[in-house]
Design a protein around this ligand. Sequence first.
Ligand code: ADP
Ligand code: MG
Length: 701
Amino acid sequence: MNAGTSFLETPIEYLKGVGPQRAEALKKELSINTFSDLLHFYPFRYVDRTRFYKIKEVKEEMPYIQLCGKITRTEILGEKRRQRLVAELTDDTGTIELVWFQGIKWINKTLSPVTDYIVFGKPAIFNGKYNISHPSIEAGTEENKELLKGLQPVYSATELLKLKGLDSSGILRLQRTLVPQALKHLDETLPAWLIEKLHLLPRREAIRHIHLPANNEMLMQAQRRLKFEELFYLQINLLRHKVLREQAVKGYIFPRVGDHFNEFYNNNLPFPLTTAQKRVVKEIHRDMGTGKQMNRLLQGDVGSGKTLVALLSMLLAIDNGYQCCLMAPTEILAMQHYATLKEFLGNLSVEVDIITGSTKKSGRKKILEKLGAGVLQIIIGTHALVEDAVKFNKLGLVVIDEQHRFGVEQRARLWQKSEAVPHVLIMTATPIPRTLAMTFYGDLNVSVIDEMPPGRKPVKTVHRYDNRRSEVYAFIRKELQQGRQAYIIYPLIDESEKNDLENLVNGYEEVCKAFPMHRTAMIHGKIKLAEREKIMQLFAKNEIHILVATTIIEVGVNVPNAGVILIESAQRFGLSQLHQLRGRVGRSAYQSYCILMTPFKLGADARTRIDTIVRTGDGFEISEQDLRLRGPGDITGTQQSGILDLKISDIARDGVLVSQARIIAGEILNEDPGLTMDKNKIIAQQLFRMDREKGNWSRIS
Ligand code: ADP
Ligand code: MG
């Protein structure tokens, strides 16, 4: 393509200081095959060795810092096996403790009272005193001071690489050799007008300063440039595919608002819609009238009334002569939807049925026949509806509840079930942070129900240590006496976990003993579906007062009279799980309560999760926090597939850049949909190159 390509494609073993053995290790461990690969292997953090701090300046919240002083005392403390080495570092302003838990003897031997040391590490407070544990420590010779000066990039290296002499500083040495010769071969990947408009560093400068930052300011600029570039190409790719798909795929047009919708709206609606529900129904109606195929993500917190919106949308499809299907993540939920829709519809003439794992063969056959003949208008079920030999007559709308991992592939499978592509409405109560939605659901439109039905009181949430269980039980007893019901949740993350099951069963026995006057039941995944269903029905009818359960009731279950949820071992649940569980209560006009019970000792992340749930009921805030704690891959389940291979940007932290990249990508495609204008030539070339390298990587939603 140009003169530079061949230099950058040089095999890595030809770089000075590499050779065949190290090349082998670099390939195996880091997939670095060429000069170009090494150049694009960025440091994962930097340590600031631009200055020495005085000991009296040290504060707990400081990141890694550098001190200089003499070791004035060393001491080995603690019992055998759990010993630690404590050394006192002193400069002319004070002293601070250095602590080692490993390699104690060896370190103790090497420390000398006459040497000046450079100490590098992160300060913390322990027993009211500052210390630094496992600092790196070097003799403060003039040579070392020179070598360690400035911003030091840190590269991740594996054990094998370290064995070959390629630890972080070994890799840095290679970069120092490569970067100066390679820069002139690098092509620019963003158009000049865009670089100017956003005041970005040119690519060559950015690559230089990402590896060998002159100072903090240049490093930040280099990061901004490279992050923007990465996010920009991600977004423009997504938008491009969205546009292409919208052009290629025709959607059914549902122009009519007919008898079913109107009759339901005028006669059956049990309560007025909230303003937010009305707005969303309008958005959906508008979507389904455009001739484009609708792909809409409906976000609304637990209890915000998404089911009703789904039903109204389905009635629109039915009014236009089409069938609908409603998919739920679990069978319990599917059955509950069936009951709810039946009740909402009353005597309205709409044919609804349900298929689950426990539907008998004969019944199933009849249902499928009716579906194929177009008699059945709404079919409810689980994912099995996609996989199975389920044939529709005229499938016009698919509603997917609580399943935002329902990706392009599954959607594509549904498409085969009708002549044209049905409209798709995906509902979720686990709000996805906006930046993440923009990225992972780039091809979906988003509606939000941001309002609760009137009269709901926010759930009162508290955290209690488990030594206060009897107090908590007394509180629950009081609520039960006032006619409410309660959930008590035990963690059973993995159904095969024997300990968990034991805890659950023991817990259940304890509950039975503690509440002799009330009817209790237990459900978990190992109990047969029919049995579970029976228990749920009894609970819904208030014939069972306390339901001891696992997260099996996490999503969707709706028993408005349940006013208390006690979550045992709450530290073991994820944030969105806790939020979903809490959503099981607070569904009526009564005050509801959520009690998070934990042992006294809690890890930092667990404490953050508990504090977050206690502090806020805002699903968006919770999901932002979740994203920060867990990272995006975990939330969307895309990490394993490696599709979103971000080298430098972080969807959770770089939200502002994500939005900026999204907006600019949109503007460019608006003006120049085919990217044929001269000023966008570089973009077209780069996309072409990326398509070739990565295949169809943009299909990630
Ligand atoms: P989610 O959005 O969590 O799926 P649901 O659809 O289950 O919420 O609704 C929660 C409860 O609120 C149900 O009992 C439902 O009947 C009720 N509900 C829905 N919309 C309204 C409304 N506009 N006014 C009052 N109650 C409503
Ligand atoms: Mg729901």
